[in-house]
Write a protein that binds this ligand. Structure first.
Ligand SMILES: [Zn+2]
Length: 258
């Protein structure tokens, strides 16, 4: 599923739309329009506007225009296509098929278009989204900001990392990989981490995201291939343990993650 790494790839793709004017918007799926937005309201707001830039906060892709800001969410299975081309062929856990019927919103840009193709339609479009509801982005978070996000919390550290209001952009795979690398048990209370553990987790979180971005996606972590029954820790060969933490399937090593 797309995590901050995949959305960052999408943002780079969407940069190809900067400087182009929106000439029309197709909204075949009303479910995909969020916070009371309608197709007509979206068209009224953006048709005739020029896309002036792209930004990303966590898993939210933002298209700045000379009018409103358009927010794009990709849910579990959403992909972005610019002028008919995607820069991610398919996503883990999503269909290998590619159906134009899964296009949920299309922004026509003279001579081409920007569209979201989403089989499970868990993504969405927002107009002028409230950016203040998102925590600091995982690609740029500072050690102090991570400390603030975890401090005083009795929630499991993994659940805290997945809370987009606390740290924006950490998905299930990035969380498991970074905690595994840092040797931290995902079920530990977030507030129980020592300052040294928080610093170590911060280093591994940033390094994990950088490495997985360079390798090609959030499914390229060192422990990813062991996330299966019988899977063993690549560090010490111990059988990994599967639990549900923060509502998500979680794999960790009972030997070196404390
Ligand atoms: Zn281990």
């Amino acid at each position: 599923m797309p995590e901050s790494i995949e959305i960052e790839y999408y943002r780079r793709l969407a940069d190809g739309a900067v400087g182009r004017a929106v000439t029309g918007v197709d909204t075949p799926d009303a479910w995909f329009l969020k916070d009371g937005l309608t197709g007509d309201a979206l068209r009224d707001a953006v048709v005739g506007r020029t896309i002036t830039g792209t930004r990303r906060i966590g898993k939210l892709l933002l298209l700045d225009t000379d009018g409103p800001v358009v927010g794009l969410r990709f849910g579990m299975t959403g992909r972005l296509l610019l002028d008919g081309v995607a820069n991610i062929d398919h996503l883990e856990y999503s269909s290998m098929r590619d159906e134009p019927a899964w296009d949920r919103v299309t922004f026509h840009l003279g001579g081409g278009d920007l569209r979201i193709r989403d089989p499970r339609r868990l993504g969405g479009v927002l107009l002028d989204p409230d950016e203040s509801r998102l925590g600091p982005d995982v690609l740029t978070i500072t050690p102090a900001a991570l400390r603030d996000a975890l401090a005083g919390s009795t929630t499991a550290v993994k659940a805290r990392l997945l809370d987009q209001a606390k740290v924006a952009g950490v998905g299930n795979l990035i969380a498991d990989e970074a905690l595994w690398r840092a040797g931290v048990d995902p079920a530990r209370e977030a507030g129980s981490l020592t300052p040294a553990e928080v610093r170590r987790l911060h280093q591994h979180l940033r390094r994990t995201v950088d490495q997985l971005m360079a390798r090609g996606g959030s499914h390229t972590g060192d422990v990813f291939g062991s996330r299966t029954p019988g899977g063993r820790c690549p560090k010490d060969g111990t059988a990994l343990v599967k639990r549900t933490i923060g509502g998500r399937t979680t794999w960790s090593c009972p030997r070196h993650q404390h």
